[in-house]
Unconditional design. Structure first.
Length: 224
């Protein structure tokens, strides 16, 4: 569909560790515009401030996607994917101010003494919503291991629940139609289910943007 709008966005899968194979999934409220009543990775649209963000080891759009993913994870879960975090930093209070629009993410980093660094997130690939959608997202998928400190906490808003699941458990629940997953999350979980981080990256690389334009892969919204 020519002329459909494409929006840059980023999502980040939090994992306890690759060895544990536990991933954090968040549930979108039923009335949300995008993927209502489905389980997703924390994420959202790239903002102008993300394009000006300072990320050690990255520049250009790579830095913007990284900043977006880290900011969205902090907004939606309270986990700060930056270091080092100053002892005694009031992360919950800073998150509250950020979500309310009274504080920028740049100011959050300044207050905590933390810095965005390339090594804090693994960038798995950038995928664009297939052409049949009226609104398309060019989305960067990232992964980050849970840093020390409080774990993810979902506050009511766009999301209303969060849970840790082993990759195999999430796929089994999806197959039994007990867990609604957005198609790219399903693809990524299947890649993880096959092995480690390197295999997950290889799996995603088989469905790059150029492939979408040549031939639409099978997009599964539900089993069967």
């Amino acid at each position: 569909m020519e002329g459909t709008r494409v929006v840059d966005s980023a999502t980040c899968a939090l994992v306890r560790s690759w060895r544990s194979r536990e991933v954090f999934l968040a549930h979108r409220v039923a009335g949300h515009r995008s993927f209502p009543d489905q389980w997703v990775f924390p994420g959202g649209r790239v903002e102008e401030a993300d394009r000006r963000a300072d990320v050690a080891g990255l520049s250009g759009e790579d830095a913007a996607f990284h900043s977006c993913a880290a900011r969205e994870v902090f907004e939606e879960t309270g986990v700060l994917l930056a270091h080092p975090v100053r002892a005694g930093a009031d992360l919950a209070g800073l998150r509250r101010e950020l979500v309310a629009g009274r504080l920028s993410f740049e100011r959050v980093l300044e207050t905590t003494g933390a810095r965005l660094t390339a090594s804090d997130l693994a960038h798995l690939g950038t995928k664009t919503t297939p052409p049949f959608a009226p609104l398309r997202f060019r989305n960067r998928f990232c992964m980050a291991e849970l840093p020390p400190g409080p774990g993810p906490q979902v506050w009511p808003g766009e999301l209303d629940a969060g849970r840790w699941l082993r990759v195999e458990e999430a796929l089994d629940l999806w197959a039994r139609m007990e867990l609604r997953l957005v198609p790219p999350v399903l693809l990524l979980l299947e890649g993880w289910g096959a092995g480690d981080a390197a295999e997950a990256r290889a799996r995603l690389a088989g469905f790059d943007d150029a492939h979408f334009e040549r031939r639409l892969p099978r997009v599964r919204f539900a089993p069967g």
